[in-house]
Design a protein around this ligand. Structure first.
Ligand code: DI6
Ligand code: FE
Length: 439
């Protein structure tokens, strides 16, 4: 893959000689665009006002000011696209979803509005376990059909990479079914799907009162099966009063390690269980939720390079009042990612742009921090920082053109989608296909 390095970029005159009139080095070149590269060097949003971006294959081959292009646009690339003065950001990354599930929990929403708490409903056999019943009953194709419109909604807002967790099957057959559906969605739609095995999400009814026996199955059957079939890219667990203890979580992490899988954790969402410190010890990519995390754990995350994934949709929908400690994350230099947590119980959200707004209004992030949370830091939360998340030479050519006057507008508006074009792996996505469904 020919990649033009930053060093060469600094000598445009030599480069223009190298580019003969017929020597169209780049497959495509985007001009008349304003770049929010989101790299951490220099200007706010890594902005380049009158920018240009070139693509070779599925990679970014050149990024910079239009004035520094090595020749006239038509001489440099086979296809030249005029961006019409639009802003361009990296493709958005939703790094935490449970988007593959059966049924819905609208009834539970009504109960909660009458005063029942999320934890009470969960202890009474509702909650996650109710979705497990609906997901087990759904045939694989039905599960795919139910999940597809939710994924399409994210894609229409510029998502080009999406994490999908299992966790509503809670036995080998159904956990694998969810992961297969996740992989199929990634094959049928113009999005990269990263899968996470979350067998330790809740104790299924057949193991009621025997959580350790269930964790045995997770570690000796489910993780080995998911790993052997290549269906899981990482392993997650729910360390919480209503779910699993740190000791049980550690057994899950050990099994993940035996199979060479990265780990991450739903930690300190409803109470402090010290899951964060454990996750950091296992080199976790991310700890997610973190409303109840303490400062010592935040320090440990900083040292371990663990990303904090913030989920304002769940905070809002559960009417949580304890905010995650943003100032500690800032002070200790912990990267903050943002995600939808799309799931039927605590965050029935299929808008990542709405999460930008909520992260600012509810968690007091700046619009720039919010945008970094769904680009650069979301890539890090998936272990993909080297490959995507910023507009940088050599990274995947995933980017979005927005009809906005300034990047802060992405976080400012509510329920408005200014997406003009979404480009994934160098190719513009056919948005009409998302309306009619693939194939
Ligand atoms: N934390 C959450 O917020 C979701 N899962 C988790 O571990 C909730 C999932 C659900 O209620 O169905
Ligand atoms: Fe979650």
């Amino acid at each position: 893959m020919p990649v033009i390095s930053g060093r060469l970029r600094a000598t445009p005159s030599r480069l223009s000689r190298a580019f003969a009139m017929t020597d169209r080095r780049w497959d495509s070149l985007w001009i008349n665009i304003r770049l929010a590269t989101m790299d951490s060097t220099g200007a706010a949003y890594g902005a380049i006002d009158d920018g240009a971006l070139a693509v070779v294959g599925n990679r970014i081959a050149w990024v910079g000011a239009r004035a520094d292009l090595p020749g006239l646009p038509a001489t440099c690339a086979a296809h030249v696209h005029d961006g019409g003065g639009r802003w361009v950001t990296p493709g958005l990354i939703d790094c935490h979803t449970h988007i593959v599930y059966g049924g819905d929990r609208a009834k539970e929403f009504e109960l909660r509005l009458q005063g029942a708490s999320y934890e009470e409903i969960s202890r009474a056999g509702g909650g996650i376990v109710a979705t497990v019943t609906a997901t087990r009953l759904a045939a694989e194709q039905s599960l795919y059909d139910q999940s597809l419109p939710r994924v399409c909604a994210l894609l229409r807002e510029g998502v080009t990479t999406l994490e999908i967790k299992s966790g509503y099957g809670l036995n080998t057959e159904n956990e694998l079914k969810i992961l297969r559906v996740a992989r199929r969605l990634g094959q049928a739609l113009p999005v990269d799907v990263v899968t996470t095995f979350l067998g330790a999400h809740a104790v299924p009814i057949e193991f009621a009162g025997r959580p350790d026996a269930y964790i045995d199955t997770v570690c000796t059957e489910m993780i080995p099966a998911a790993a052997a079939l290549g269906l899981a890219d990482a392993v997650d667990a729910f360390c919480e009063r209503i779910a699993f203890t740190p000791e049980q979580t550690e057994r899950v992490f050990q099994a993940a390690r035996r199979h060479g899988l990265a780990v991450k954790l739903h930690a300190e969402q409803l109470s402090n269980r010290n899951g964060t410190a454990l996750a950091v010890r296992y080199g976790a990519l991310s700890c997610d939720h973190l409303e109840y995390v303490d400062e010592a754990d935040v320090g440990a995350m900083a040292e371990g390079g663990t990303v904090a994934v913030l989920l304002p949709g769940a905070f809002y929908f559960l009417r949580e009042t304890k905010r995650p400690p943003i100032d500690w994350f800032r002070r200790h230099g912990v990267a903050m990612a943002l995600a939808t947590d799309c799931n039927p119980g605590s965050s029935p959200v299929t808008s990542l742009l709405l999460m930008l707004n909520m992260a600012c209004t509810l968690f007091h992030l700046t619009p720039e921090e919010a945008l970094a949370g769904v680009t650069r830091h979301a890539a890090a939360a998936l272990g993909l920082a080297h490959d995507r998340g910023t507009l940088t030479v050599g990274k995947r050519a995933d980017f979005v053109l927005w009809s906005i006057g300034q990047p802060a507008e992405l976080a400012y508006r509510i329920a408005f989608n200014p997406l003009a074009r979404s480009v994934r792996a160098g190719h513009p996505i056919d948005l009409a296909m998302l309306e009619t469904g693939p194939r």
